[in-house]
Design a protein. Structure first.
Lengths: 379, 222, 264
């Protein structure tokens, strides 16, 4: 390790995260930021419960006479599964539950969605993204050399969410984002804005080869501004108003639904598992677990020692990683040599392509002043 | 290791290949399925389509699907017969015949006219000879239970063994001691056979999910 | 004892998976490779994949896709769609597919069936019989080809018997009228065909619930129960979600006293 390597003394983010700063005690700014700015949005006690109850009242009131009173996406992952369970069984909400199939569902995800929806007696909606177009988009992202290659899946989720909300006249979106496990974010140069259409279109123009006829694109202006501020669609993150401890949530879901846990966050999509567990660490040197575990340390669910121990092992089984590598190549329609070539090509970032990063940063600043939110994040 | 490509394997010289398991490529059988399974198990496997490539095999799998005569003709045409006889009968290299690959190890079959390899003193017969009820249809097609007759490494660690069958003829050894496992389909027939280094299974381990994967793993450790 | 088979059936149209209703109105269901992978992990008995464009467009089989699907399957795979020559049959088998399904070509060219069965073995040749009820006043069953578009004037019973005599290893009865309706199998049709052939039979078209499959087994004993919509759609909004039976649910099916079920 070089002299300039630093790791936070309280958390496990280190200098591999480009925008992390350390103070004179070796503590990262994310730690300090959590305590000064973020914690106040995390209300797991009586305050939180009251807030949630008020929220539920408005949702129910506005939803009277309608088929659904709110909407939420179900990926099969822990956050959305637990949120669905709580909001339906404890608060009696009637959500439109949807799932976006990008062609990478793991069997575990499909099983979990199935058992939840069955036991809760809900009717599921799905949107199946045209695979040829999704593949085209994903391959173009790989070829561009940028880190944020999971945008095709992320963007489609956002677009479908707002599409369903608009079509069904639903005013309330329930989002599984939470401080308990996501307060520390992955650097923005790695997880770039998923809705920067200028960037997306530039990359597709340069590296895509299939016309994107049915893929659901959504402009940030459309959904963040028009739908949210003019049509009055509101987004809530209920998990921030209740105790949310991963271990307990998992055992509750296992017990009631026979829900099956994943070996790591976001592993419900085979592609995301490959992306976060292999591609990002080995090509860009960024291990998203540092952010995830740091968040858990801050919420008291994990000790720093335990996090450090886990970080010594690769994110997932190396044999499975090898199989995923072959599977991803096959799915993308390229051979493993070509995928290896893409893995080794010179690194590019969002600034190497047309982008509206400044506009997005301004928007985020404005919204944080008006509404106290952060981008796509924990609160 | 990337996906298996036959040409890559064909170009390897014997001196380099001491793979754990060698698949005989004589033009039939689901070679890719075996390769995929062994690749997942991290067991080295190579494919032999010439006698030289076959000559250093540590363990041999003789796959097969289709009719007896067609399989025997393909085997004879492949030029591998002599090397196979030598490896199996003289050098006692472990060999696993699968489906028709097992059947051709017999002396002959009612399905065809060409004699088999004769490695085992057995005949291959059609089920119909046993005057079965008309409810029993042929080919024998689907998942059926396999009962080992005695403990053997091939069936180690397989709970509740069941495998996929797809055949109309069955292997009938002269010596009942060679019946490693039986299956019931109208009659109790030999679904797996063994004689020293020679193993045969009538079913398709390469298409029998985890039961088959375990059996193939076991074979790679024999 | 031999278990009856429960088989998901996937339809391919323009390289993607679709589901139809009465052979029309294909709804996009997603990527075939990931679907096959999930079915593999659900430990399904067997899988049928049919390319519904191929005969109509007269295209050759998509060997690349077939190879990829076969590579994923740890259970037997039956592939069909536009197969019309011995060469194509052999190529498909050599890619690691256990069975080749032939439909329209079986009616047009009986020597193809005979030669294919001889070449690759009868256990690897499946004939798909697409059946619709036709007639204005008295309805009778008729075999259709070209993805349900051409009537043949042939009765399925007669066709099934001919196919068996040519060496076919399995008959797949596909009810066009029941396709995608989730209203139950056409048991009468199955009965007609089951009586006249001695080879295994698989039924497709109409399965809407596990009860439909159980009923099929109860009545016919060991038989193949194939289904498309049942394993791919969920709920009243036809959400696309791959499903199959669990081990326990399958065992409950088999507990039916199969050996006593008479053909009568």
């Amino acid at each position: 390790m070089s002299d300039s390597y630093k790791i936070c003394t309280k958390l496990v983010v280190d200098s591999s995260y480009p925008d992390v700063q350390f103070d004179e005690f070796g503590v990262s700014h994310t730690y300090n930021d959590f305590h000064s700015n973020v914690k106040k949005y995390w209300q797991t006690g009586a305050n939180g419960k009251r807030h949630l109850e008020e929220l539920v009242l408005s949702i129910k009131r506005d939803g009277r006479g309608k088929e659904f009173d709110c909407i939420m996406g179900l990926s099969g992952g822990l956050d959305s599964s637990y949120m669905l369970h709580k909001m339906v069984t404890e608060f009696g909400l009637r959500p439109l539950v949807f799932h976006v199939d990008g062609g990478w569902n793991s069997e575990l995800a499909v099983h979990n969605i199935n058992v939840l929806v069955d036991k809760l007696g809900l009717d599921l909606y799905t949107e199946v993204i045209n695979w040829q177009e999704m593949r085209n988009f994903q391959l173009a992202m790989f070829k561009s050399g940028v880190p944020h290659i999971d945008i095709p899946q992320d963007h489609s989720f956002i677009a479908v969410l707002y599409k369903f909300a608009r079509e069904h006249g639903i005013k309330y979106i329930l989002n599984g984002g939470n401080i308990a496990s996501e307060s520390v974010a992955v650097p923005s140069e790695i997880f770039y804005w998923g809705t920067d259409l200028v960037q997306i279109r530039d990359i597709l123009a340069q590296f895509g080869s299939v016309p994107m006829k049915s893929y659901p694109f959504s402009s940030i202006l459309h959904h963040k501004l028009y739908l949210r501020y003019f049509r009055g669609i509101k987004v809530f993150k209920p998990l921030n108003y209740m105790p949310f401890v991963q271990k307990d949530a998992i055992s509750t879901l296992q017990r009631i639904y026979n829900w099956k846990p994943y070996s790591q966050k976001h592993f419900e999509s085979r592609f995301t598992r490959f992306f976060e567990g292999y591609w990002l660490p080995t090509r860009f040197g960024v291990d998203v677990r540092r952010a995830q575990f740091s968040s858990l340390i801050l919420s008291g669910q994990m000790t720093r020692e335990a996090a450090l121990t886990r970080l010594e092992q690769p994110p997932y089984d190396s044999e499975l990683m090898r199989q995923d590598f072959e599977y991803v190549a096959t799915k993308l329609g390229i051979d493993t040599d070509e995928l290896r070539g893409l893995h080794e090509m010179p690194k590019k970032f969002y600034w190497d392509y047309r982008n509206r990063n400044n506009f997005f940063k301004l928007g985020e600043w404005v919204l944080s002043r008006i509404a106290g939110t952060t981008r796509g994040g924990a609160y | 290791m990337g996906p298996v490509s036959y040409s890559w394997y064909n170009s390897r010289r014997c001196i380099l290949s001491r793979a754990n398991v060698t698949l005989v490529d004589y033009g039939i059988g689901n070679l890719q399925a075996f390769c995929n399974i062994y690749s997942r198990l991290n067991v080295s496997i190579d494919i032999a389509s010439t006698p030289e490539e076959l000559s250093c095999a540590k363990r041999i799998i003789l796959p097969g699907v289709g009719a007896f005569d067609w399989a025997m003709t393909r085997l004879i045409d492949s030029g591998l017969r002599e090397m196979l006889d030598d490896l199996v009968l003289t050098q006692h290299v472990p060999v696993l015949g699968v489906c028709v690959g097992m059947q051709i190890m017999a002396k002959n079959s009612e399905e065809g006219v060409i004699p088999g390899l004769g490695w085992l003193d057995a005949k291959v017969k059609h089920f119909n000879h046993n005057n079965l009820s008309p409810d029993i249809h042929f080919p024998h097609m689907g998942w059926n239970d396999v009962e080992p007759a005695f403990q053997n490494e091939l069936f180690a660690n397989i709970i509740d063994p069941r495998f996929y069958f797809l055949h109309s003829y069955y292997f009938s050894p002269a010596n009942l001691m060679q019946t490693l496992a039986t299956t019931e389909y109208g009659i109790q027939f030999t679904s797996a056979a063994v004689s020293g280094n020679i193993y045969g299974v009538q079913f398709h381990p390469e298409k029998s999910h985890s039961w088959g994967i375990q059996l193939l793993r076991n074979f790679s450790e024999i | 004892m031999l278990r009856p088979r429960i088989i998901p059936c996937l339809l391919i149209h323009n390289g993607g998976l679709v589901k139809t209703v009465k052979f029309t109105d294909p709804k996009y269901v997603g990527d075939p490779l990931n679907a096959v992978r999930i079915f593999n992990e659900k430990i399904v008995d067997e899988l049928i994949v049919l390319d519904i464009d191929a005969t109509v467009s007269n295209a050759p089989p998509n060997y690349k896709l077939i190879g990829e699907l076969a590579g994923e399957c740890r259970m037997p795979l039956c592939y069909g769609g536009g197969v019309k020559s011995l060469n194509e049959v052999e190529n498909i088998i050599s890619l690691g597919v256990e069975k080749v399904a032939i439909s329209s070509a079986a009616l047009a060219d009986q020597t193809l069936i005979k030669e294919s069965a001889q070449r690759v073995g009868n256990q690897s040749i499946v004939v798909v019989i697409d059946v619709k009820k036709t007639g204005l006043i008295s309805k009778r069953y008729e075999v259709f080809t070209h993805n349900g578009k051409r009537s043949s004037g042939v009765h399925p019973v007669e066709f099934a018997q001919t196919m068996e005599s040519l060496g076919v290893g399995e008959i797949l009865i596909n009810s066009i009228d029941k396709d995608g309706t989730l209203s139950g199998y056409d048991m009468d049709l199955v009965d007609l065909i089951r009586r006249v052939v001695t080879i295994p039979v698989t039924v497709l078209g109409g399965a809407g619930s596990q009860t439909d499959i159980a009923n099929l087994f109860q009545r016919f004993g060991v038989i193949g129960a194939a289904a498309g919509s049942l394993f791919v759609f969920k709920g009243k909004y036809r959400a696309v979600l791959i499903q199959y039976l669990s081990e326990i649910e399958k065992d409950q099916m088999y507990l039916l006293d199969i050996s006593d079920s008479p053909l009568s």
